[in-house]
Write a protein that binds this ligand. Structure first.
Ligand SMILES: C[S@@+](CC[C@H](N)C(=O)[O-])C[C@H]1O[C@@H](n2cnc3c(N)ncnc32)[C@H](O)[C@@H]1O
Length: 357
């Protein structure tokens, strides 16, 4: 599957030259199209339907200057977001996607509100393996210490991005979670507590152990208080980057969702070792994550690969969206063996099940 992706034979030399210009002007197109969406130009064209609107029609609304309309709509024209017919602008297919597709809007907001400014520091971030661009949002060693204090609109856009991916998968995986009848379940990277809340609601017997940084655990705790299940959970404020710190033991199941991608390979190796040591005799590990090599569609691989630079410039400086073989290799080195992998969960998740080797 991976070998077929992004084949170099797919374009002619002329098309390749055009593609190269799209890369060169990518940030310009991004900003103009985002303006057209956010400021209602695309919506106005959508409302006009097949009739379309002239520049005079649009400027008569008083919402935009004629200069802004010309400038922004011409870029939208060049990008296939709108088209011109008899002097009137109409929404093209890509424009309809921008106006109606949730994942497109979430990705645009994530790139615009969270990543755009910080990505200008990608070169320094790569050289230093530190998230140098994070200074655009706040003064923390990684973005995770600041998640609960991100400035708006970055906070809203970060959580919308994170939750859209995991929310679409959680309903589908609960049968996998309870397949081995775990009595103890550890949710590492519990975040806002959404998975723990769902697991506690799905099974009346299971005891939850939530692990995350202290600031995030406070948010998760409130989620469980609101759900009335706080007394069935223990909270463990841990910084998993402190490699010497062991995890609570005797876990029948360890759950890590969109968690390991926050770390370097070195840190993942250490986390897998501590997770293996925390398992009960029959304990297993479930890893829910996004792997660019296990996607059915190139569009999903494209989105995932291009999320990695966020991890470099904004999140941690040394993590990424990994290939599945990377996790399997690091888990095996920690004394675990892969039992199953299930793909096509939610928007683009795979679920890996590991047991003691
Ligand atoms: C991308 S979020 C995933 C959250 C959730 N599991 C989900 O699937 O939506 C990663 C989580 O890992 C936590 N995290 C990141 N670095 C950490 C560290 N060094 N120690 C403990 N937790 C950490 C973050 O606070 C955040 O809640």
């Amino acid at each position: 599957m991976q070998d077929k992706k992004f084949s170099p034979e797919r374009q002619t030399a002329f098309a390749a030259r055009f593609e190269a210009q799209k890369i060169a002007f990518g940030p310009v197109v991004f900003q103009c199209v985002r303006y057209a969406w956010k400021r209602g130009m695309l919506k106005a064209l959508s409302d006009a339907g097949d009739v379309g609107l002239s520049l005079a029609d649009l400027s008569a609304t008083g919402s935009w200057s004629e200069y802004a309309l010309k400038l922004v709509l011409e870029t939208c024209l060049s990008a296939g977001v709108v088209y011109l017919r008899d002097g009137k602008y109409l929404l093209d297919k890509t424009g309809y996607i921008l106006l109606s597709d949730a994942i497109t809007q979430i990705n645009l907001d994530f790139i615009g509100d969270v990543c755009y400014r910080g990505l200008a520091d990608l070169d320094q971030s790569l050289d230093q393996q530190k998230p140098v661009g994070l200074a655009q949002l706040g003064d923390w060693p990684t973005i995770y210490q600041g998640l609960d204090r991100l400035p708006e609109p970055a906070k809203r856009s970060w959580f919308a991005f994170d939750h859209y991916y995991s929310d679409t998968s959680f309903p589908d995986i609960l049968p996998d979670v309870f397949a081995t009848q775990p009595r103890t379940l550890m949710d590492i990277g519990a975040n806002t507590g959404k998975f723990s809340r769902a697991a506690l609601a799905a099974n009346a017997e299971v005891k939850l152990h939530l692990v995350d940084l202290p600031q995030q655990l406070a948010v998760a705790e409130q989620t469980l208080i609101d759900a009335g299940t706080r007394e069935r959970a223990q909270l463990h404020p841990y910084d998993l980057l402190q490699k010497e710190k062991a995890l609570p033991a005797d876990m029948d199941l360890v759950w890590m969702s969109q968690f390991l991608s926050c770390f370097s390979e070195d840190a993942i190796a250490s986390i897998f070792k501590r997770v293996a040591a925390a398992l009960s005799e029959r304990g297993q590990v479930l890893v829910l994550d996004t792997f660019w090599d296990r996607q059915r569609y190139d569009i999903a691989s494209y989105c995932l690969i291009n999320t990695s630079p966020y991890f470099t410039a904004l999140a941690s400086g040394n993590s990424k969206v990994y290939e599945s073989a990377d996790y399997i290799r690091l888990a095996e080195a920690a004394g675990l063996k892969l039992v199953t992998v299930r793909d096509d969960i939610g928007y683009c998740h795979s679920l890996m099940r590991f047991a003691r080797a």
